[in-house]
Design a protein around this ligand. Structure first.
Ligand code: ADP
Ligand code: ASP
Ligand code: MG
Length: 464
């Protein structure tokens, strides 16, 4: 069987959902299961509605909510042919929009938007899109059946990005999906959303639908997990930053995991782990070019002769320097540092230490302020905001001695403040100012992909 996951833009409008139906039909010789994200931007809109309602602008929140209602009702009108099915879908929508209105009214009254309530609110996006897709497929003669993933994916109790309970989730998924697949029905379910064991709403973190797809795929022993999105697979760099980026036909689990961890949004960072454990290939494909073969991610990928497979980046990074003369040859210092970070629940994305100082890079940690206050008891702390972390990734980095030199040569005059290599054998990361990001990534891309290709062409011409 195959799991097909469709992201926000792949269910973003009626045309996209029709393409999704065509793709589903083209794979119907295998048992299929669909995982869908919320209709593009719905999750952002729901989050904004909650935030503005709690900050005293309920009217504005309700206006955005009206837009969402119109968007979803319009899609139902366009995509569901049977009047009875359409009525039933719209009834579900109306009931859910009424619940959202009550929830948002409550937020305005208490002037607070807690992570637990945010998870409850965000659930509606995937509930809407999955009902819509299921009805649209049924309308086109596909044997779709809507399944509520909240009964199946169980997490620990934490909000904004909870850890799933893998065994329980696997067990529940097998029980629920196996009989449907045996009857050759096509379950359509939600990515991203879940519940804890007490039944409270949780989520797997933004972009988490990829992770749901791989959790379900692994639990069912899928032949392949297909991640359908808006680009031609995993590319040599983010194509929205580097228009010259090109598709990577095949890469290893390790490379893809490092790329995702270092910010390549195309895959949620946790997606690969369940697939790795079961050795299930993950394929990233473009819904607009369904005939392409995208990128396949395998346990081992053949080297392509280049040291670098792709370049990733993260924005919104804060760089923290901690300098302490007491650290010189003192044991227990790093243990105290990590104990403080751990207690505040903040995790550095990279770090480098010298005898008397530590540099740490954090992305978007709201809890960082509290940790910094305590860190200042260990030594003098300085912070630099608006930084970015760039990472070059490739199995070919192993045993490629001159690589760091080539990377920093390509960066030219761009100041680099923290370098991290060695933690992973397949990644080399560093921190620069956000204002240098676009030009740095483009220079690296030119150096490792465009010039390399030109050199290969010249070499071939010389030989020919
Ligand atoms: P979806 O809604 O389908 O989950 P996302 O927006 O989460 O899609 O991920 C796809 C986006 O990831 C692309 O539009 C692209 O801008 C971005 N991206 C970042 N790095 C890469 C990369 N190395 N390869 C492909 N896409 C990338
Ligand atoms: N809809 C969720 C988000 O926007 C999950 C996802 O798209 O993967 O983050
Ligand atoms: Mg995504």
């Amino acid at each position: 069987m195959r799991v097909l996951k469709f992201g926000g833009t792949s269910v973003g409008d009626a045309e996209a959902i029709l393409r999704l139906a065509d793709i589903t039909r083209s794979r119907a010789s295998d048992p299929l299961l669909l995982v869908v994200s919320a209709v593009g931007h719905t999750t952002d809109a729901l989050e904004a509605i909650g935030r503005v309602a709690a900050s005293g602008r309920l009217d504005y929140g309700l206006q955005v909510l009206r837009d969402l209602r119109l968007l979803h009702a319009g899609l139902a009108e366009e995509l569901v042919e049977s009047a009875q099915e359409r009525r039933s879908l719209l009834t579900h929508f109306e009931r859910d929009f009424a619940s959202i209105e009550r929830l948002v009214g409550g937020l305005a009254a208490v002037e607070e938007f807690s992570p637990a309530v945010e998870d409850r609110l965000l659930h509606f996006g995937e509930l809407f899109s999955s009902r819509l897709v299921s009805a649209a497929l049924a309308s086109r003669g596909l044997p779709a059946v809507w399944v509520d993933v909240r009964e199946l994916v169980v997490t620990e109790t934490s909000h904004g990005g909870a850890e799933p309970l893998i065994e329980e989730t696997g067990h529940r998924c097998r029980e629920a999906f196996a009989p449907l697949l045996a009857r050759r029905l096509v379950p359509v379910t939600q990515g991203f959303i879940a519940r804890d064991l007490s039944g409270a709403a949780t989520t797997l973190g933004r972009g988490g639908s990829d992770y749901t797809a791989s959790l379900i795929g692994a639990s069912l022993g899928a032949e392949e997990i297909e991640i359908w999105t808006d680009v031609d697979g995993v590319m040599t760099a983010d194509p929205s930053l580097v228009p010259e980026a090109r598709n990577i036909p095949v890469m290893s689990f390790r490379e893809a995991a490092e790329l995702a961890f270092f910010g390549a949004r195309v895959l949620h960072p946790k997606t690969l782990a369940p697939a790795v454990e079961r050795g299930i290939p993950v394929r990233v494909l473009n819904t607009r070019r369904a005939a392409g073969s995208g990128t396949v991610i395998l346990a081992e990928a053949p080297r392509d002769g280049r040291p670098v497979r792709s370049i990733a980046y993260k924005e919104g990074v804060t760089l923290v320097h901690l300098v302490s003369a007491r650290m010189f040859k003192a044991h227990g210092f790093l243990a105290r540092l990590f104990e403080i970070l751990d207690r505040h629940g903040v995790v550095p994305d990279a770090l480098a230490t010298s005898e008397v100082s530590v540099a740490l890079a954090f992305q978007g940690c709201s809890a960082l302020q509290g940790a910094l206050r305590e860190l200042s008891k260990l030594g003098s702390v300085s912070i630099r905001e608006a930084q970015a972390m760039v990472c070059v990734v490739g199995e070919g980095l192993r045993g490629h001695p001159g690589l760091a030199g080539q990377v920093f040569d390509a960066l030219g005059e761009v100041p680099v403040s923290l370098i991290s290599q060695g933690g992973s054998e397949v990644a080399l990361g560093f921190v620069i100012a956000e204002s240098d990001l676009a030009s740095a990534v483009r220079s690296l891309h030119r150096r490792f992909f465009e010039q390399a290709a030109e050199a290969a062409v010249e070499k071939e011409a010389a030989h020919g």
